[in-house]
Design a protein around this ligand. Structure first.
Ligand SMILES: *[C@@H]1O[C@H](CO)[C@@H](O)[C@H](O)[C@H]1NC(C)=O
Ligand SMILES: [Zn+2]
Length: 243
């Protein structure tokens, strides 16, 4: 009963987060240091999912298993779900990891790192490492700063902590609109045929039902039709995904 109530309150809290953060757009920073990675190697394409895990992640994992595609999850410790207190959240991350998807950092609490001093940036990164260690037995080697916001000072700090810092080259703005037509148009405008072209890193969020149930089906078909091979972000650079 107690557990059930606790679960309910988490669901209510999560739903509230969902309602208040949607459909308001996440606004992304324009500036980022030159060393931040945004693209994948020629002919390759990385699908990435931020802000999870959440209640739609397992459905996404089912689809990816059917399609035999490996992706990258930039997870939080405390965002839509509170991973430390939720076995279901931990199981979801473990399932993704064991299926061969890359688990990467999106910080512990989805903080805007540009507003934090160095100690707090370190805490955001290391708190998530502590959450992930018992689940996957490893520390991620890739991080995507929330909102893509990263100062030069923070970039150097993250690099010093062993991280490759990643943003994206393709944004279908699924967080802004649940409108498939708009998202498809953005994809088509940003992703052309793969022939000899530098590959993309696509920003998606597995915390939205429409992303998982509509957008991803289109994305997979479309990116395939343009001739790309799906890879994890680590494979884009031939770097070990963990440290
Ligand atoms: C992140 O913080 C910086 C520095 O205060 C600010 O300029 C920026 O607007 C913030 N970004 C978001 C998405 O809140
Ligand atoms: Zn995010």
């Amino acid at each position: 009963m107690l557990l059930y109530l606790r679960y309910l309150s988490i669901v209510v809290a999560a739903t509230t987060t969902l309602v208040t953060s949607f459909p308001v757009a996440e606004h992304y920073e324009r500036y980022f240091p030159a060393g931040v990675k945004t693209t994948c190697k020629v002919g390759n394409f990385a699908l990435t999912f931020d802000d999870g895990p959440f209640m739609y992640t397992n459905e996404l994992l089912d689809k990816l298993e059917e399609e035999d595609i490996k992706v990258t999850f930039f997870v939080n410790g405390h965002n839509f779900w509170d991973v430390p207190s939720m076995p279901e959240a931990q199981d979801t991350i473990r399932r993704a990891y064991e299926a061969g998807h890359q688990i990467a950092s999106h910080t512990y609490s989805h903080a805007n790192l540009s507003t934090l001093d160095m100690e707090d940036v370190k805490r955001e990164v290391q708190s998530l490492e502590e959450v992930l260690l018992p689940i996957i037995g490893k520390k991620p080697a890739f991080i995507r700063p929330p909102f893509g916001a990263v100062t030069d000072v923070n970039f150097n700090l993250l690099t010093g902590l062993g991280y490759t810092v990643v943003r994206w080259s393709v944004d279908s703005k699924g967080y802004e609109t649940p409108n498939l037509e708009t998202e498809m148009a953005l994809y088509k405008a940003q992703v052309g045929p793969s022939n000899g072209i530098v590959g993309g890193i696509a920003l998606e969020h597995d915390v939205y039902q429409q992303t998982v149930e509509e957008l991803i089906d289109f994305t997979i078909d479309y990116v395939k039709s343009q001739g790309y091979k799906f890879v994890t972000v680590a494979e884009c650079f031939g770097i070990d995904p963990y440290q």
